[in-house]
Design a protein around this ligand. Structure first.
Ligand SMILES: Nc1ncnc2c1ncn2[C@@H]1O[C@H](COP(=O)(O)OP(=O)(O)O)[C@@H](O)[C@H]1O
Ligand SMILES: [Mg+2]
Length: 159
């Protein structure tokens, strides 16, 4: 339902201070996921963007909660949000040093209900990245993932 609602809802673009939104979103994420763990969380400085702040928050919340979830077994989890400029376009990324996944399945991740990890180990419904992709596309952007099993994942997106 959330997915189809996001597909129809009008986009309200505003100037958004991403750094601030990323930090706020991270703080709001389930305490349970962060407690008793050492997570090294870094936010690099990024230019402000023109986007729908509520929808962007859903994007960030999903990417950051995945990063937290899939670094759960790391001795020292490292999560970074930042951006790069390429061909005058800003590419944002969320990078973690977690369990990673096989790139063979990289496209599947964004389809609803597709999950690469076992429910017993990493709970979830498989709807997060499908929602994220839908929101990003509605902003005229794209998202892709890069990973190496055991060495972490990076999700890159434009808006
Ligand atoms: N940061 C990540 N590291 C490793 N695998 C990931 C990461 N983010 C997503 N995935 C893989 O993509 C699948 C789909 O993600 P998502 O749609 O957010 O579903 P959920 O979090 O409910 O499992 C996950 O089940 C997992 O297999
Ligand atoms: Mg998820």
């Amino acid at each position: 339902m959330t997915l189809s609602r996001i597909g129809r809802r009008p986009i309200n673009k505003k100037r958004v201070d991403l750094e601030k939104l990323v930090k706020e979103t991270y703080e709001l994420l389930s305490e349970a996921e962060r407690k008793d763990r050492k997570v090294d969380f870094t936010v690099k400085s990024c230019p402000p963007v023109s986007s729908d702040p509520q929808l962007l928050k859903i994007v960030l919340s999903n990417l950051l909660s995945n990063a937290l979830k899939f670094t759960r077994k790391c001795k020292k989890a490292e999560i970074e949000f930042g951006c790069k400029i390429k061909d005058k376009k800003t590419i944002f990324y969320v990078k973690d040093n977690g369990i990673g996944f096989d790139m063979k399945y990289a496209d599947k991740l964004f389809a609803p209900f597709q999950r690469l990890h076992k429910e017993e180990e990493y709970e979830g419904s498989g709807i997060g990245l499908a929602t994220v992709q839908r929101i990003i596309r509605r902003h005229g952007g794209e998202i892709r993932a890069e990973s190496l099993p055991g060495s972490g994942s990076t999700f890159y997106f434009t808006l």
